[in-house]
Design a binder for this molecule. Structure first.
Ligand code: F6P
Length: 292
């Protein structure tokens, strides 16, 4: 069979492990690796990495075949060009590694003769209905490391600190990280300044920590408002891209391999439909679901 793979949207640790494991399991098939996601599909750009190279990349963060956010793929013309490439190369199955935006992209070319398998990869863990997306556990782990380091110095001064974490519009990272570091307040979409102030006034912690979901408010302004309300020093840190890189955690590695195993099995048993969604339940069991 002729199989193509691309990565689209935000990268995350574990994607290289998934890629290596999948290619290894499918090595009897012809594999085409498109670079820069849907952009590479439109422009017919591939990379000729062999299995040894993919193996050397498997424990690294990022994604070796590169990714992009491709606006052109949102147009009919872009989608037609991508399909032309797939047809010209006689691709039977296209694997798409990505988050919500990439899933919408996959849906836009579904049912046009090329079978698609979608694999949830997003540090935000927001790819419904999968309970897990590759990258999430590592991103939370990176936030924890970051916060632990900053916390040491915050404790020396008894300072309040706000940590803004990623997640786009989703609160999964904020909630999980908050638990991991035992934060005094988690600021998400439904929070208010008053609730936060009340919680901090009640806490016995001398250097309280607040985990803030990104895109909810302006962190600099929030720190100033909190400082005025509490009448004490408030600092803030934006964890930023630090949380999207580095080695996959043990759980990530395990999940990446499990996703790859389920995908390879479905190819080898020909149980792939127009658009197949690879999903994990809360126990980490992987199954494949047809998307209508
Ligand atoms: O979707 C993953 C993510 O890391 C979000 O958490 C974040 O809002 C966004 O990507 C950042 O995107 P970019 O890499 O395009 O700046």
């Amino acid at each position: 069979m002729n199989i193509a793979i691309l990565a689209s949207g935000g990268d995350g640790p574990g994607m290289n492990m998934f890629l290596y494991s999948l290619v290894k399991k499918l090595k009897k098939h012809k594999i085409t690796l498109f670079e820069y996601g849907y952009k590479g599909l439109i422009e017919d750009k591939t990379c000729d990495f062999d299995l040894n190279y993919l193996k050397s990349q498997r424990t690294l963060g990022g994604i070796s075949i590169k990714t992009s956010r491709c606006e052109k793929f949102q147009t009919l013309n872009g989608q037609e060009k991508a399909l032309e490439t797939l047809r010209k190369r006689k691709i039977d199955i296209l694997f798409v590694l990505g988050g919500n935006g990439s899933l919408a992209g996959a849906k836009s070319i579904k049912g046009k003769g090329i079978k698609i398998v979608f694999v949830p990869c997003s540090i935000d863990n927001d790819v419904f209905p999968s309970d897990y997306a590759i990258g999430f556990d590592s991103a939370c782990d990176r936030c924890k490391q970051y916060i632990y380091n900053v916390k040491d110095t915050m404790r020396s001064f008894d300072r309040v600190c706000i940590y803004e974490v990623m997640g786009r519009d989703h609160d999964a990272i904020a909630n999980k990280v908050s638990k991991m570091v035992n934060a005094d307040y988690t600021y998400t979409k439904n929070s208010t300044l008053q609730n936060c102030v009340d919680a901090l006034k009640k806490t016995k912690t001398k250097a309280p920590q607040i985990v803030l979901q990104e895109n909810v408010l302006d962190v600099k302004q929030f720190a100033q408002e909190l400082q005025n309300e509490l009448n004490r020093e408030v600092k803030y840190c934006v964890v930023g891209y630090f949380q999207r890189g580095g080695k996959p955690t043990k759980l990530e590695t395990k999940m990446a391999k499990k996703f790859a195993g389920a995908c390879a099995k479905s190819v080898n048993t020909s149980t792939i439909y127009d658009l197949t969604f690879c999903q994990s339940d809360e126990k980490g069991e992987i199954s494949l679901k047809i998307i209508e």
